[in-house]
Each structure stands twice: as C-alpha cells, then as structure tokens.
Design a protein. Sequence first.
Length: 483
Amino acid sequence: MKLSRRDFLKLSGIAAATTATGGLASIIPAAAQDEIVMQWWDHFLPLQPLTESVFAAYKESNPNVTVEYSVFSPPDLGQALQLAYPNDQAPDVHALAGISVPIPALKNEGWFASMEPYITEEWKNSLPESIFIEGRTTFGGELYSFPIFSFRSHEALVWFDKEILAAAGYDPEVGPRTWDEFRDAARKITENGNGTVFGWTQGIGHTERMGATLTRLAQLAGISGDIDWNTGEYAYGADAYVNALEFLVSMERDGSLFPTAITIDTRNARSRWATGSGGLFLDGPWNPGVLQGNFPEFLDKIGVSQAPVPDLDTPSYAYALPKSGDFWISSQSDYPEHAAAILQQFTSEDYQIKLAERMDQPPLDLDTVAKANVHPTYAQCMDFFRDIVRLSPDPLVKNPAVAEVLSRMNDIRPNLGEIVQGVIAGEVSDIPGTLQAYSDQLTAERERAITEAQAEGFEVSQDDWVFSNWDPTADYTSDMYGA
C-alpha cells in the first residue's frame, strides 16, 4: 500500500514540526475528480502570511487548486525531504534548508523538475541577469529555480542612535564613515555616557556573525574575501584581515565596547543598543524590521551609514556569492504547471513590494523598495548596496567537484569568528600570526581533501579557486565562468 504524504510524515515523526494551515495532518475532504491538492514545504516562518496570500490569490483564479502549506524548522525540513524523496513522498514545491548536499548533486539524483516548459520568455526576461547561474538556478541553460532575495546585501552597516551620535559631534544624517571616525565616535559616546552608555554595542559572542563581519570589513579594505581569487589561496593572513581585526579590537582597548559584548549574541546586543545602552551597532538591513516588531518606539531615533572603510579616497567594495534558488519543483510532482505558475507570482511587483515592507533581506528587485511603505533607513540601505556590493565568483559553479573537496574538509578550530572573540577578549595577542596560522591550517586541510577527492576519481584542484578574469569593481556574471 502506498502511503499519502500526510501519513508518511505522521509515521516519520515530522508532521508535528509543521506550523501552517494545520500542517500535513489536516484532513482533506472528499473532492471532485479534478480537485488538485498540492504540498508546499519551506522554512520561511516570517514570510508565512505573505506566502499564504499568494496561494489564496492563485486559488481565486484556480478554485480547484488547494495548496497545503507546511513551515518547518530548517533541520526538520532537511530531515523530512531526505525521508520523503526515496519513498516517493516529496512535496510539489519545497525549499532546501537543512540539506547539506550541493544543489548540482541533488539535480543529478533527480530531485528537481525544470520550470522551463511552463514559463514564458517574457517572464524569464523580467528576471535580473545575475540570477542565471549554472548550477545555482539553471542546468543546461534551463531555469529550475530563482532567489526571491537580492544578493546585494551585507551585515556590516553602521546603525546609530541619532541623538547620541549628534552629542558626540557627528552629523546624524551622515554617520561615521571611516574606521578612524567610527573609533573616535565610539570613544566620545562612551565619555559622554558616564558609565551607562557605551560607544559600540555588538554581540561578539555570536561568533558566526563576527567572522562574517570581519570578512566584510576586510573586503572593504581591499581584498576579495576569504579566498584570493587571483591565486586561489586562503587570504586570512593578508593585511586587510589583520588591519580589520585591529580596528575591531581597538574599541575594546579604548574602553568603548559594551562590557558584556564578548559573551552576548546579536539579538541580545540589539536589545541593549535599542534600550539606550549604546551608540553604534553593526547589523544588516533587517535591523529596522526587527526594531519595528520589538522596539517600535526606538525606530524613529535611528540612523544608518555605509559600512566603515579604512579611508574615503580608495574605492571599496563588498562581495557576495551567487544566490541559489529558494523554491524547487519536485520531480515527483504531478502538477508542475501549477507549481510554476504559483512560483512566478513571487517575482511580481506586488509580491516584491510586500516582501520589502517586511524590511528583512532585500527583495530580488531592489527598485520595488522605493514603492514600498518602509522606514527611510531601509530604503537608504538599498542605495548603499547598489553602490558597493558586487557578485563574486563561485568555485562551486566553476566546477561542481569542488563540493567533494568541501565535504571532505574538517573544521579548523578556533574558526574565524572564534578568533575575533578571542582577540577582543584579550586571550589572543598575536593577530597576524594567529590569522596566518588559521589560513595555513585551512590550506593544508584543503590540500588533503583535494588529494582524497582526486584519488576517488574527481577532477578538481586548487586552480578551481582561481579566477584570473575577476574584476573587483564589477559583478562576476554567468558568462565569465567560461571565459
């Protein structure tokens, strides 16, 4: 006997994780022969009302189509999918949270159906060229998925309390623009705070975020990121990383860092900052969205400026890898044409405007933010991102066998974020030596993993991390991989 998806998930113990429309355990009444019931699984809990509105709008014009929507935690979604596919119980559409297998490998396993037979050229041409990345959203030139968010974003914007910053002598409409200005503003805010307000509040205990923030600051100091695309080598020992970490630790040395920052996470740090304990806070564009929900009275007190840079005379850029698709049509779906039709609504102007109004990650179409009801600082973030964020090369796109290397590499500890925490806590004193040692350890581990992958027949080498045609001022688009 073949189980329904609902019964399958009951038996697998995953059904309890669903949160939308009663989950998959809801009972479907007897339906007419042409009644279509589709399953949609994702992990985007904050977007649940918006997603449900798309389904409702589609049902208005297609009354025989019902979408059963289930929202999982990321780990539960990954577990459910790995159980469902081998048992022919995959949902019609799903996200990929909780799945560590590279997308090209899943495609080779037959997980996905192409959207191409069910879309129009007009709609496809309306999408930004930057999303058409072989191995991320397309295979053999056919579109399989697309992101709903833009890659033009970063997490190191300078957020500040305008009154506190103005009292420190800085223009609250401009904010601190350089490392020196940031440090000076933090020092003056702390001096004015008399032991109750500190210049810089940050969740240093959120080590994953601090590693990303250090890389972002290093990029703005003139390097491509953790990998030097000119050589394919790890770049953590480069001057840009060393100087960026010296900048971060300087606030602690000045006494400008919030006292418990070393152990708290970003959410806790934001709460301290929003309740008047700090002046400056590094965070992403989602900050006003979070404040609107948790600290609405503080929202009109905030200002934002671009991520700080070493100096204003040298052009600075931040880099982001290509985004993969957010939703995928299952090869096991009986209704791919309906799935594709629904998916196309996620790029509509109306949806993108509503997505922007949630003030989280930037929508795929940044231009829709100007038409959305958002806080002025959120709209300002989009201008910042247009100015400096560029699309980075991706070794996985260049050669999918890179995934075999990455999957074989063991974690190196302490990792980058833990090094940041250790330095700021005063437990690590040799910044250049520690960063270079981390880079050397990663290099050795990658060489070991490459040798292992090659021994198993995979054609991969360090050259797959080299992009000699990379232009640091421009997006690295799909056509450049074969150049």
